[in-house]
Structures are given as structure tokens and as C-alpha cells.
Design a binder for this molecule. Structure first.
Ligand code: RNT
Ligand code: ZN
Length: 415
């Protein structure tokens, strides 16, 4: 028996004393497919106009060498990351990651521009999720898209979103697993608006047009935000706006952990929203001061999110996606660290003695509830995680960094 197995045997016993079966937790974790965000690989550049400016109030800072310059490089990078993650996972693709020799405007994108991604996904057993790209474009330059006052500009973005939904549906059909197509728009004002209602009324109108056709292989999601860079005072698609929209139109709501007031967390929102909406999409991220998109670390916020999903028995109703972009460190490391942390947080949540905790609570024994919650923080969950990684044939502990460094030397440093 090696060290990892020995540690696991001891951990298994300690969890069993709380009535928790570690093998059952690992089996449950196997079913979790994280949707990896393609945009960590090239700082949200995309291949429509890779030298274009990133707009829409989001920013990737840093100039670490080695970013992917085309779809082949990005897929090669992704293959490395998937080889470092236990389990089988999805890809979250943005419309600007199309492949075409000629210029295709956003409202003219078609499934054929994504056939390279489809073939790759099929060959590697990845489901795909999709996003219209309503930023980094001349018609988004004044900060408004689907809620723009100019009907022609609005129409352009409506067409782009319809085209994107159809591509999502095509991916869903081709790959035999529904795509979640998530709409996020940057629309908002830097300073206090005189009229907060009109853009919101226009946004309802645009969204209703976009969602008019019933699709069978696609799930629609809408993503709220409190503020962005340059839209500090007002964002058309706020939490209240999209929550009400999602409830009334029966679509998914996306919760991005970087999109709220710095002291506000998304964990507490999950159980409420799931009472009204069938499924939600998460953009797991980490806000730091003004930035909403730092690499996901294993902090209290992340653990609380995973606990809330598991405690609500909602693993099959919550689509877990990631959303951050750090250009100041090795991008493959950034991707892998955040994804492994997210999986680890779900595993920890699966290892909670739920029955015991619930019983203390039901009996009003809040002292024991607190004592147990604190005790759990130092339980040997990492021994279970290590065994899980070993069983799935992926690197244990820091070993994944060796693969990352190797790939950097062989491939990234030559870009
Ligand atoms: C922006 C949103 C959105 C984007 C991606 C690139 O604040 O979080 O999800 O990060 O679509
Ligand atoms: Zn997001």
C-alpha cells in the first residue's frame, strides 16, 4: 500500500465515524462535469479579431507569455488541462472563438464556423456550452447592445443571439448533451441615469425576440451583474431584472460569483432561486476589489457554494461553469488550479455528515451544529481527493505543475 492509500484508509474510517461513506462521495463526484471557460486561454481575445480590444467593462491584465493564438493552439492547451482534471468535463465556448478564413460578422455566424470545435468535442467526449459575444465589437462601442436605444443596433444583437442559440442547439444535438447558451450583455451607464426603465423595457423586448423559437437541445440562461468598469452606476441586466425575467420566461439564471457587492456571496442565493427556477448556471469566479475575475481559490466562498448545491440536493440542477481570466501567470496553471479547486470543494461538500448536521439543527442544538461544522474543516478530505485523483489517473497534489511546466517549456515558450 502506498502513502496515498494508507492515508485514504485512515480518512475513510474517520468519515465513517460520522456516518459518511467516502466511496459514495467519490462516485457522486464522478458525475460532475465542470464547464471550462475557453477564454482563460487567450485573455478573452477570440479568433474573430485577436488583436482587437477587449471591451464591455471586463479586463484581462498581465502579459505572461504563451497565450493561444488560434483554435488549434487553444484546443491543444485544453487537452492538457483536461488531462489534469479527474473526471470528464465540458467546454464553455464564446461566439468569437469561431474558425473562418473570411470575415463573418456576428449576426451571420453558423454552426459550420464551429465544426472544428464540434469534431474535437466529439472525439474527446466533451459537452459544449455556448455564449453570444456582445462586447469587443464596434456596435457595442457605446456600451449598449440588446438595450440600445437605436433599433438597428438592437436588432443586430438580437440576430447575433438568435444565431448563437441555434449554434448551441446544434452542438447539443451533435454531441447528445444539451448546451447551455448564456446571454451576458455589458449594457449600462458610468454615471447615474435619468431613466432606468427604458433600457430595461427594451431588454425584455430583445430577449423575448431571441427566445421566441422553442429549441430542444439548448437551455437558455441570462446573467446579471451589479456593475462593470465603465458601468458603475447602472447595469440594465441587474439581478432583480434577470431573476424576474428567468422566473417569468422559465429560463435559467446565471449566478457569477464576481458580479455582486464585494460582501455579497452567491451561495445563499442558490436555495431560494431553485424554488422558482428549474436549473441554474454558475460562473464560479473570485472578485477582488474592482475585478470580478480572479482565479478561483479554495476559499470560504467557494466552499459555501459547493455546500449549498449539495445541501439543496441540487447537483443535477446546477450547471457549474468557471469564469475568470488571469494573464499574469501561466494560463494553463490558472485554468487547472481553479477547476481542481472547484472539484475539490464539491468533494468536500459531499463528505459532509448531512444527516448529523440536520439532526442537530432540527433538535435546536446549535452548539453541536457549530462544533461539528468547525471540526469538519480539519477533516482529512485531501486524502480522499488524492485517492480520487489517483483512481482517475491524473496527477496527485502539486504533480500537475510538473506537467504544466513541461508543456510551457515544450510549447508555450515557443509562441
Ligand atoms: C462578464 C461576465 C461574462 C464574461 C464572459 C466572458 O462580467 O461574467 O460571463 O466574463 O462571458
Ligand atoms: Zn460570468
Amino acid at each position: 500500500m502506498d502513502n496515498i492509500q494508507q492515508a485514504y484508509t485512515l480518512a475513510k474510517e474517520r468519515y465513517a465515524a460520522f456516518g459518511v461513506d467516502t466511496d459514495v462521495a467519490m462516485t457522486a463526484l464522478e458525475k460532475i462535469a465542470i464547464s471550462l471557460h475557453c477564454w482563460q486561454g487567450d485573455d478573452v481575445g477570440g479568433f474573430e479579431n485577436p488583436d482587437g480590444e477587449l471591451t464591455g467593462g471586463i479586463a484581462a491584465t498581465g502579459n505572461y507569455p504563451g497565450k493561444a493564438r488560434n483554435a488549434d493552439e487553444l484546443r491543444r492547451d485544453l487537452n492538457v488541462i483536461y488531462s489534469l482534471l479527474p473526471g470528464s468535463h465540458r467546454l464553455n465556448l464564446h461566439a468569437i472563438y469561431l474558425e473562418s478564413d473570411t470575415k463573418v460578422d456576428r449576426n451571420a455566424i453558423e454552426p459550420r464556423h464551429f465544426s472544428g470545435w464540434k469534431d474535437w468535442a466529439k472525439a474527446n467526449n466533451h459537452g459544449i456550452d455556448f455564449n453570444p459575444t456582445c462586447f469587443s465589437h464596434p456596435l457595442a462601442a457605446d456600451g449598449f447592445t440588446l438595450s440600445h436605444r437605436d433599433p438597428a443596433i438592437r436588432q443586430f444583437w438580437v440576430e447575433h443571439c438568435i444565431a448563437s442559440r441555434n449554434i448551441g442547439d446544434w452542438f447539443g444535438k451533435e454531441l447528445g448533451t444539451k448546451a447551455v447558451t448564456n446571454i451576458w450583455i455589458p449594457d449600462g451607464y458610468k454615471d447615474s441615469p435619468a431613466d432606468r426603465s427604458t433600457p430595461r423595457r427594451l431588454l425584455i423586448e430583445s430577449l423575448d425576440k431571441i427566445l421566441a423559437e422553442k429549441l430542444f437541445h439548448n437551455l437558455d440562461a441570462v446573467e446579471p451583474k451589479l456593475f462593470g468598469i465603465g458601468s458603475e452606476s447602472y447595469v440594465t441586466g441587474s439581478m432583480e431584472f434577470y431573476t424576474a425575467y428567468a422566473v417569468s420566461r422559465r429560463v435559467l439564471l446565471t449566478l457569477d460569483s464576481g458580479h455582486f457587492h464585494p460582501t455579497e456571496t452567491i451561495a445563499d442565493k442558490i436555495s431560494s432561486i431553485l424554488l422558482y427556477i428549474d436549473e441554474i448556471l454558475l460562473h464560479v469566479s473570485r472578485g477582488v476589489r474592482w475585478d470580478s475575475d480572479h482565479v478561483v481559490t479554495f476559499n470560504d466562498d467557494l466552499q459555501a457554494i459547493a455546500q449549498e448545491i449539495v445541501r439543496a440536493d441540487a447537483l443535477n440542477r446546477v450547471h457549474i461553469g468557471l469564469d475568470y481570466f488571469d494573464a499574469s501567470i501561466n494560463r494553463i496553471a490558472a485554468w487547472t488550479i481553479g477547476a481542481r479547486n472547484t472539484l475539490r470543494a464539491v468533494l468536500n461538500a459531499l463528505l459532509e455528515p448531512r444527516q448529523m448536521l440536520n439532526q442537530f439543527e432540527a433538535e435546536g442544538d446549535f452548539s453541536s451544529r457549530l462544533a461539528l461544522m468547525e471540526e469538519l474543516k480539519a477533516m482529512p478530505a485531501s486524502a480522499v481527493w488524492d485517492t480520487y485523483c489517483q483512481q482517475k489517473g491524473v496527477p496527485v497534489g502539486m504533480d500537475f505543475m510538473r506537467v504544466v511546466k513541461d508543456y510551457e517549456k515544450k510549447e508555450l515558450s515557443k509562441r
